[in-house]
Design a protein around this ligand. Structure first.
Ligand SMILES: Cc1cc2nc3c(=O)[nH]c(=O)nc-3n(C[C@H](O)[C@H](O)[C@H](O)COP(=O)(O)OP(=O)(O)OC[C@H]3O[C@@H](n4cnc5c(N)ncnc54)[C@H](O)[C@@H]3O)c2cc1C
Length: 364
């Protein structure tokens, strides 16, 4: 690939962070030559496993600012990627009694409202009994949005895959280009792949997801205290069927149920306690402790809901100690910026993460 000259920007990683960086860079800098590379196939990272739910919120002011900015950027990106946030569901919350004020402080541009009796009755019908265990209360928020992640990634990468006009800048996508090393060179940086392939770029944005703890990104990620963690989302079948089924957030156990289609299928995300897992999703699977946790939460919070477990989506994500994303130059390489650390929220924070990394590269 080096035969064609030096790209203005190379993006490592075609998950939602890398794909969003490609989308933003090509929208804002139409004359820039851009290449994206990924270690395997385009959808080999955690993004394709994501439930891609976006409830704009954050524990800290920094996280809320990223959530707010991501909302604004989605409007800019919608022209390129209409799949982003294309679907909505009403959202209900099961909270410890008195917990609503705490959640209100975390939500961006929204506040929880009391649940009316007919809404609660509707929920009880969906889940075949009480919604929330002892000492909990029910609230509702604005509609939650969610995305089909593979569609969004493909649309964001379209500037690289739709073919460059004869007089336009070079745009390329290289699958199976697993970057082993990034070295400074006369034109900027040389990316060297495991199989010996090479390309050069003036600037590099690395969005390797949980693989940031390997290869050329590892020293920087480790210095910031990054760790990997497994995320598990079960597929369930049960309850009352229909398109009226809501997103249900179980706040205290940090879990949620997302309806799939109009039948009786759900995705059920729980917070696994499996830290320091391998980054490759093909090496990850739920363990008996994950399943026991998933069943215990349902038994306590939705005792009338006895779904069948029909499948599972499992992936790894990168977590910083403060759960904020990591956006920083690689140690010793100012023109190479690392953008990772989704911490289970990387889909919804990807626009602000990508914009922050591009700004560090002078491409804002
Ligand atoms: C089951 C599950 C449910 C989730 N639900 C939600 C949710 O509802 N909302 C939300 O916001 N987030 C959610 N997340 C988290 C979110 O999916 C992640 O934070 C996000 O997808 C991470 O995206 P990424 O681009 O950083 O990494 P990835 O999607 O993992 O992409 C990494 C990319 O980097 C490439 N790469 C890595 N190393 C190299 C290398 N050396 N050379 C070349 N390429 C390399 C890979 O090939 C890949 O293309 C969920 C995650 C899981 C697993």
């Amino acid at each position: 690939m080096s035969a064609g000259g030096t790209y203005d920007l190379a993006v490592i990683g075609t998950g939602i962070v890398g794909a969003t960086a490609v989308g933003l860079a090509t929208l804002r800098h139409p004359g820039a030559s851009v290449v994206a590379v990924c270690a395997g196939a385009v959808h080999d990272g955690s993004t394709v496993r994501s439930l891609a739910v976006d409830i704009p919120a954050g524990r800290t002011e920094e996280q809320r600012a990223l959530a707010r900015r991501s909302l604004e950027l989605r409007a800019e990106l919608a022209a390129l990627a209409p799949a982003l946030n294309a679907r909505t569901r009403r959202a209900y919350w099961v909270l410890p009694a008195g917990g609503a004020a705490g959640v209100d402080g975390q939500l961006v541009g929204d506040a929880l409202a009391p649940c009316r009796s007919e809404q609660e009755a509707r929920l009880r019908a969906v889940f075949g009994g009480p919604v929330g265990g002892a000492g909990t209360e029910l609230r509702r928020s604005a509609e939650a949005t969610f995305t089909e992640p593979a569609d969004a990634v493909e649309q964001l990468l379209r500037p690289l895959t739709s073919g460059s006009p004869a007089d336009g800048p070079r745009r390329d996508l290289a699958e199976g280009f697993a970057v082993r090393a990034v070295e400074p060179c006369a034109d900027g940086y040389r990316l060297i792949a495991e199989d010996g392939g090479e390309l050069t770029a003036r600037r590099v944005l690395a969005a390797p997801g949980a693989a940031a703890l390997t290869g050329p990104f590892a020293a920087t990620a480790k210095r910031f205290g990054a760790r990997t963690k497994k995320i598990v989302a079960y597929r369930l079948r049960g309850g009352e069927p229909g398109g009226h089924r809501p997103l249900l957030v179980l706040d205290e156990p940090d879990a949620f149920l997302l309806p799939v289609g109009d039948g009786r299928d759900w995705c059920y995300s729980i917070t696994s306690t499996d830290w320091d897992c391998p980054p490759e999703r093909t090496r990850l699977a739920p363990n008996p402790a994950d399943r026991a946790l998933a069943e215990a939460i349902l038994a306590e919070q939705l005792p009338g809901f006895r779904p069948e477990f029909t499948g599972c989506r499992t992936g790894a994500d990168l977590y910083l100690p403060d759960f904020a994303p990591l956006i920083t130059p690689l140690d010793g390489l100012d023109g190479v910026v690392l953008a990772t650390g989704g911490a289970g929220s990387g889909f919804r924070l990807a626009p602000a993460m990508a914009e922050g990394a591009l700004a560090l590269l002078g491409l804002d």
